[in-house]
Design a binder for this molecule. Structure first.
Ligand code: ADP
Ligand code: MG
Length: 352
């Protein structure tokens, strides 16, 4: 069903995106980036590609890392352990290959991964073992990979670079809703980064156009046998993000409105604020000012009016940069700052 709010796992439930799935499936570079705003369908496209490829894979879902100001190596290793155990249950032969990996203890039909002390897990040797074990290819998916930027006490980039350069059978897929943050983390253009200069393949999921959004909604409503005509109104309100169109269809069908969506956005913004407690009110003021787009000086004026003190240019540019890095705000061609998508604006128009 098109309006099912869970990520889609089969192509039959997905609207369009044929080309994007093909590009992910081709695994043409050792690392593939799947980019796009939240709810554009990255996880769905990845899951469908995984199912269709039928290759063994490890899937690290870092969404839960978003709710914390930072994460530790222990958190990451716990995710890895769960996924590796899922794999060894399906492929008991993998256990043999894992025995040699530093930080891996084979116990019965599963493994325990050590996260601390001497002899803790080396991700590079884990990837190497997967590479040696795989007959064809093995996939490592890190969903919402920009969250690794807040990982303390470990750096995954050298392992990813090692894999990129040496492990022919390991294919890595990284998704990111916060594209600027992901680029910064990977540092492909930064000579100091381990991944400097590596050519990755990129698949970007754009929001649907007005026409596509209308087709999407009309298909979804016809599946439900519901009469619907106000396509333009919906597009004007929520834009072309498939996840919001799905959400709209699902709740409209149940006779509910979009207030829940605005609540979700505010919750996600709270996650953003968690690691910035001191500037909390300032960020909220900035977002309110930007709700219907605003110039630099308008944002500055709003901050200063609220606080009754001068706000320096460097402070303001830091706030705006962080909001853009995390895909809350975009800078338009006219130089004005706008919400990254219409519902974000709506969420901040009222009280927060
Ligand atoms: P992301 O990982 O980019 O945040 P998801 O894959 O979780 O996005 O998708 C968000 C929601 O939108 C899910 O409910 C999913 O089923 C739906 N969705 C996204 N893209 C499509 C599509 N092309 N066709 C049907 N449903 C979609
Ligand atoms: Mg996702």
């Amino acid at each position: 069903m098109l309006f099912d709010p869970a990520p889609k796992t089969s192509r039959a439930d997905l609207f369009d995106r044929e080309e994007e799935i093909e590009r992910v499936r081709s695994l043409s570079s050792p690392i593939t980036l799947v980019l796009g705003l939240r709810r554009t369908g990255k996880s769905s496209v990845i899951m469908i590609s995984l199912n269709e490829l039928g290759l063994p894979y490890v899937y690290l879902d870092l969404r839960r890392f978003e709710e914390r100001p930072f994460s530790t190596y222990r958190d990451l290793v716990a995710e890895l352990e769960r996924e590796v155990n899922r794999l060894t249950r399906r492929f008991p032969g993998l256990l043999e290959a894992l025995r040699r990996v530093e930080g891996v203890e084979v116990m019965g039909s599963g493994v325990r991964l050590r996260w601390g002390g001497r002899g803790r897990l080396s991700v590079a040797s884990l990837l190497e073992a997967l590479n040696d074990w795989a007959e064809d290819r093995v996939l490592v998916v890190i969903d919402e990979a920009q969250e690794l930027i807040n990982l303390r006490g470990a750096n995954l980039l050298p392992a990813l670079a090692y894999s990129f350069d040496n492990l022919r059978r390991v294919r890595v897929v990284l998704s990111g809703s916060k594209m600027r943050l992901l680029y910064r983390y990977l540092g492909v253009e930064d000579p100091r980064s381990s991944l400097y200069g590596r050519a990755m393949s990129e698949v970007e999921l754009m929001p649907f156009s007005r026409e596509m959004a209308e087709q999407f909604l009309s298909l979804g409503f016809s599946e439900l046998g519901v009469e619907f005509r106000d396509y333009d109104l919906v597009y004007d309100a929520v834009g072309g993000i498939p996840g919001w169109l799905t959400y709209f269809g699902y709740y409209y069908y149940q006779g509910r409105d979009l207030r829940g969506a605005l609540g979700l956005i505010r919750e996600e913004f709270e996650n953003f604020l968690k690691s910035r407690p001191l500037a909390r009110e300032r960020y909220i003021t900035v977002m309110k000012a930007i709700a219907r787009c605003a110039t630099w000086s308008e944002v500055k004026g709003a901050l200063e009016a609220r606080e009754g003190v001068r706000v320096s240019d460097s402070e303001l540019s830091n706030y705006l940069r962080q909001l853009m890095d995390s895909s809350w705000v975009v800078k338009g061609e006219d130089g004005r700052y706008c919400p990254a998508e219409p519902l974000i604006g709506r969420a901040f128009e009222g009280a927060l």
